[in-house]
Design a protein. Sequence first.
Length: 371
Amino acid sequence: MPIFSHPDYKGHEGVFFHHEPRSGLRCIIAVHSTARGPATGGCRMWAYDSDDLALKDVLRLSRGMSYKNAVSDLALGGGKAVIIGDPHSDKSPELFRAFGRFVNTLGGIYITAEDVGIDTADMELVAEETRFVAGLEKTGITPSGDPSPFTAFGVHLGVRRMAEIRLQRESLQGVAVAVQGLGHVGFRLAEMLARDGAQLTVTDMEEDACAKAKDRFGATVVGLEEIYDQEAEVFAPCALGGTINEKTVPRLKAKVIAGAANNQLSTPEIGRLLQERSIAYAPDYVINCGGIINVEGEIYGCYSPEASREKIRQTIHRLGEIVLQSEAQGVPSNIIADRYAEQMLHTRPHAPEIAPGAPADRRIRTAVGAD
């Protein structure tokens, strides 16, 4: 498994591997950048087909977090963790406590939170072993709770803004939206879109989630592969990354791609392909900013949900500027977003004052409860 020559390693400050046989923990933490603050990003649990795929995922995700945090003007760097395992069968309190101990050994350069396959209850177990964790409901100075409602809030605003720009629609009433993935964020997004009057087509690996969407929102349920072929004006990828690729783009009939998934484009070059097909793309790490924005206050010990929502609105306004600039210059929106993020990476953020004992307080390097 090459590291330094890995195509996605470039720019990373460090990658850390850990295996704890007793709990079965196998995980990788990637720290892309600490230029703007502690590297922060969620922990994903997934049954990867190979260690190489896990490494590729964590490297791409950590870079995406650096860009997301920079675009949102947060006093946070970018990092990510993956736990290799099936979230339906391999979870245990011992596994998450072992992960917490591993996070703690990094001394605060990486702060973790929940992501795909992980929930706040899992993070509470992590918090028994380390202070460097956020998105908590019970533990900490100012716990912010489950970040997924705030991610969905931002994506919902982003879908509305994209509809204004590309569809010239002031509301989503009657707009056909295909939602790919009904997890923590995708289901909440579908709920918000339904309240706006959107006509929903949905898919998910979990049949129960699809049945619930059909019952609650009147959504049309289709198969995992059929979702690409729908007569939808908006395609909302809310599952895993890489679903927008050379094979799926020709099948899409949507004029807008705007969803919650990370790393939606299989390669950066797909942005050009979307532009050639006149499909407006909301860069993923801009539109799905809400979750990490919501935990920034918790990380510094000054959480406020109202302040989080306002900062999310500001970032979605920036999304609109990126997409309009893309259309004016004839440059793919993912390239415009990357340029802006790279510029912001070298800009000193206005960091909140760190409350003693908050996750951003790197003076505390020992496990919770230790003297």
